[in-house]
Design a protein around this ligand. Structure first.
Ligand code: FE2
Length: 347
C-alpha cells in the first residue's frame, strides 16, 4: 500500500549518466534518461508493443528507441516514430512521470501528474548556505517494507542498542520519548540532560564536558524524515538551544522509496552547522552514517523476515506510539486517495 500523489527519490543525480537507467518504484517499472540539454526524463519502462523494457533500447537525441522494432518515444512518452508502418496507432504513448532534480536527487511524482507541484518536495533548511557543511548523498536497498523503516525513523530509543558505537550511548536507554503530530507527519523527540556526547558526534562538538542532547525524529508523509540532533552545554537545552553559540546541529535527511512491498530504496545526506568546507569532516560523517545505517539494515532485514515467518502475535510497546500514529494516518491518506480514484466510476 503506497501513497501515490507524492514525490519519491528515483536516483541520486550522479547515478543517472548518459545511458538508460531502469528503476522500480511503488511496484512500477520506470526508465530514466537525460535529454541532450541534461534534463532528466522518466517514462514507463515498457514499449506499447510487446512491453519490451525501453531501458533495453537506445537513446536517440531527446528520444528513446525500443530495441525490438524501433518504436521511438519522446520525453512526454508520445510515440514519434514507427518504422515499417504508414501511421502511428492512436494511443501509442507510454506514461511519463514528472521528474525534478533537487538536492542532488532525482524526484519522481508517482500519482496524478496534474497534481505534481515541485514546491511540495521535502524542504531542506540551509541547503546551499555556505556556513553549513553537507555530506555526499548516499543510498542503499533494504530488504523490508518501507513502514518498518518509518517505524525505525520514529524511534529515537533504538540507537542505544543498534548504534552504541555511533549515534547511541548508555544515556539513550532511559529518557521517555514524546510525540507530536501535524498534518505533514509525526515527530518523536526527547531532550536528554547532562549526558555524554555519543561517539559519532564527538569530533564536531565544540565544548567540553557533558551536554544536553535533543533527538528529533520527524517523518513526513509519505516516507521522508528529518532526524535532527542538537548538542549544547549541559543546562542550555530547550526550544532555543539550536541557536546557542556553541550548539552542534546535525540535520540528517532520509528519503524512503518503496521498491515494492518487501524492498525499500533508502537515500540520505546530512547537513551540519560546523566545519562547512572541511572534506575530511564530511567524509568522517558520511562514513560513520553509512556504517550506522548498515546496522539498521541488518535489523530491518531481520524484522521483515521475522514477520514473514512467525505467526505468534506482535506486542506493541511504549516506544511504538509515534510509529503507530504515523501508520494510522498514512493508511487514512492512502485510503482517501484510493477512494478518490475510484469515484469517477461509481454510479
Ligand atoms: Fe538506526
Amino acid at each position: 500500500m503506497f501513497l501515490r500523489n507524492a514525490w519519491y527519490v528515483a536516483a541520486l543525480d550522479i547515478e543517472l549518466e548518459d545511458g538508460l537507467m531502469p528503476v522500480k518504484m511503488l511496484n512500477e517499472r520506470i526508465v530514466l534518461y537525460r535529454k541532450t540539454d541534461g534534463g532528466p526524463v522518466a517514462l514507463e519502462d515498457a514499449c506499447v508493443h510487446r512491453k519490451l523494457p525501453l531501458s533495453m533500447g537506445r537513446i536517440k537525441g531527446d528520444n528513446v528507441e525500443c530495441a525490438y522494432h524501433g518504436m521511438t518515444y519522446d520525453g512526454s512518452g508520445q510515440c514519434v516514430r514507427l518504422p515499417c508502418a504508414d501511421r502511428i496507432p492512436k494511443g501509442a504513448r507510454v506514461r511519463s512521470y514528472p521528474i525534478v532534480s533537487r538536492y542532488g536527487l532525482l524526484w519522481v511524482w508517482m500519482g496524478d501528474a496534474r497534481l505534481a507541484q515541485p514546491s511540495a518536495i521535502f524542504g531542506v533548511d540551509h541547503y546551499g548556505d555556505p556556513s553549513w557543511g553537507i555530506t555526499r548523498g548516499d543510498a542503499m536497498t533494504v530488504d523490508c517494507n518501507y513502514l518498518y523503516m518509518t517505524d525505525n525513523l520514529l524511534d529515537p530509543s533504538h540507537v542505544a542498542w543498534v548504534h552504541p558505537g555511533s549515534f547511541g550511548n548508555a544515556a539513550c536507554e532511559s529518557e521517555t520519548v514524546q510525540v507530536k503530530a501535524d498534518p505533514t507527519g509525526v515527530t518523536a523527540f526527547r531532550w536528554m540532560r547532562e549526558v555524554d556526547v555519543a561517539p559519532i558526534y564527538v569530533p564536531f562538538v565544540r565544548f567540553s564536558g557533558v551536554c544536553d542532547r535533543l533527538q528529533h525524529y520527524e517523518v513526513r508523509y509519505p516516507s521522508h524524515a528529518l532526524i535532527k540532533a542538537v548538542f549544547v552545554p549541559s543546562g542550555a537545552g530547550g526550544p532555543e538551544a539550536e541557536h546557542h553559540e556553541s550548539a552542534f546541529v546535525m540535520d540528517s535527511y532520509n528519503f524512503l522509496t518503496p521498491v515494492d512491498e518487501q524492498h525499500t530504496r533508502y537515500y540520505w545526506f546530512q547537513m551540519r552547522n560546523v566545519l562547512p568546507d572541511d572534506p575530511q569532516a564530511s567524509r568522517l560523517l558520511a562514513d560513520g552514517v553509512r556504517s550506522a545505517f548498515e546496522e539498521d539494515r541488518v535489523i530491518l532485514n531481520a524484522v521483515q523476515q521475522g514477520f514473514a515467518t512467525t505467526h505468534s502475535p506482535n506486542i506493541d510497546i511504549a516506544i511504538d506510539s509515534a510509529p503507530l500514529r504515523f501508520r494510522r494516518r498514512l493508511r487514512q491518506l492512502i485510503d482517501r486517495e484510493r477512494d478518490a480514484r475510484a469515484e469517477p466510476h461509481a454510479t
